[in-house]
Design a protein around this ligand. Sequence first.
Ligand SMILES: Nc1ncnc2c1ncn2[C@@H]1O[C@H](COP(=O)(O)OP(=O)(O)OP(=O)(O)O)[C@@H](O)[C@H]1O
Ligand SMILES: [Mg+2]
Length: 240
Amino acid sequence: MEFLLKVENLTVGYSEDIEILHDVSISVGPGRITGMIGLNGAGKTTLIKSIYGFLKPKKGRVLLDDRDITGTDPHSLIHKGLWYLPQDSGLFPYLSVEDHLRIPIRPLRLSNAEQKRRLSEVLEQFPALAAKRRKKAGDLSGGQQKMLECAMAMMVRPRLLFIDEPTVGLAPKIAVEMYERIQRFWEDGTTIFMIDHNVRQLIEMSGYIYVMSLGRITSEGPQEKFRGELKEQVRHWLGL
Ligand SMILES: Nc1ncnc2c1ncn2[C@@H]1O[C@H](COP(=O)(O)OP(=O)(O)OP(=O)(O)O)[C@@H](O)[C@H]1O
Ligand SMILES: [Mg+2]
């Protein structure tokens, strides 16, 4: 299979003696949404953190376009077209909306004209943020904060976007908007790796799906394999 990102036999832990991920291998095909489901504490976020350079794997490698990027720091990965929408807010409460939008593109050293162009393009897509562009992020509603994170990702125009639990804690209406935004990233050609507790939604959106249990991949396959009698199957995949 053709792939953009490939993770090979990754073993990862937060301390010397305890391993959280055991021999994890996944592939993310270009131009598609690849999804991952799994119980709390399975290691899903840990996987993204170790791909994105926040954690150094003990074993295994991460390949992007066939190049080894294992352990590359997050800052450098922005240059390679990667961006990460984290599970928990990564915003700075005292920085303005506009300042936040400038953060992700700082390492890219774009011309002033290009920075301005992207800023106005992105703000055009988020009227609520445009109206509050000089307000502090901490003064936005929860939904607006999530949209700001989404807008930051848009500033980068990533090739590959990691999305961790995009709608957790959001009001249903905002959750729907978030999924629509993700869909639009994909339509614009962004490759996506997404983790979501909303199993049905994830399966609906993903071309290929992985199930993680206790730090191992326990099931994988194309969307068709995961449709149908969800409840029983999911229990089975998760080893319940
Ligand atoms: N900073 C950390 N230091 C030590 N252990 C950690 C740390 N972060 C996570 N862990 C442990 O690693 C394991 C996997 O956590 P992780 O957050 O990757 O799970 P997850 O699948 O993303 O769960 P959730 O669905 O709740 O987000 C858990 O046992 C957790 O306690
Ligand atoms: Mg998580």
